[in-house]
Design a protein around this ligand. Sequence first.
Ligand SMILES: [Zn+2]
Length: 263
Amino acid sequence: MEEMVISAITKGFNILGFTSHAPFPNEESWTMNPESVDLYFHEFYRLKEKYFNDITLYVGLEIDYIPGIGFTDENKKLLPRLDYYIGSVHSLGTVDGNKYYFVDDTPESFSEGISILFENNVQKAVETYYKNIMSLAEIYKPDIIGHIDIIKKNNKNNKFFNENDDWYINAVQKCLKIIKENDCIVELNTGGIIRYGKECMYPSDLILKECKKNNIKVTVNSDAHSVDGMNYHFDEVEKLLLETGYNYIYILSNGNWIKKEIG
Ligand SMILES: [Zn+2]
């Protein structure tokens, strides 16, 4: 965490938020284990104080909406300790609570999940993913909806579905309507591009345009897993936003999400 803070200061950030991944029922390689949660807050407050004069730090989490469960009780208890949080859906579901399938796992595992949980019906799997995001927005109203179309991570060259199909666009539009009603912010997430290539910019151009039509609030997040990616692609994203008609993003300032002009 300290490495990230120092890098942010060097790169000229005024504000930095941490959103490590909250614990998941079955500990996954990419989630914090429950024992680390207190350490996370402890280290955060040490850094906040140490670098007080150089940068404003906010503490958050990325919390999974688990199909059929929502947030775990343990994660719900953490909400009051956060400055903000990202709500995400990574899971396609589980058969028996032991093994979860994830939308952003390997293509083989994604395919297996669709086969086992949705009888190989890709459309049903994708529509269910967006329905879960709708429930996430409706029930919990997270500040930010994480990487809204990460379901396309394994979909290079339309391997699993076609993002221009009417059913897909319908599913997205219904989802955005609920996001708007619940006043959540959609993030432009550049973490996928640095890790998996330009097709993994979240959201797609099409969805970003739909966001603009609905006047949905947006922000920019590098979803950085290391110091290298902290401001990855930010200039390009600013251009993209301006081209789409957004001349502002939302940023957190003293507990409120406020408009910040760009360009
Ligand atoms: Zn995520």
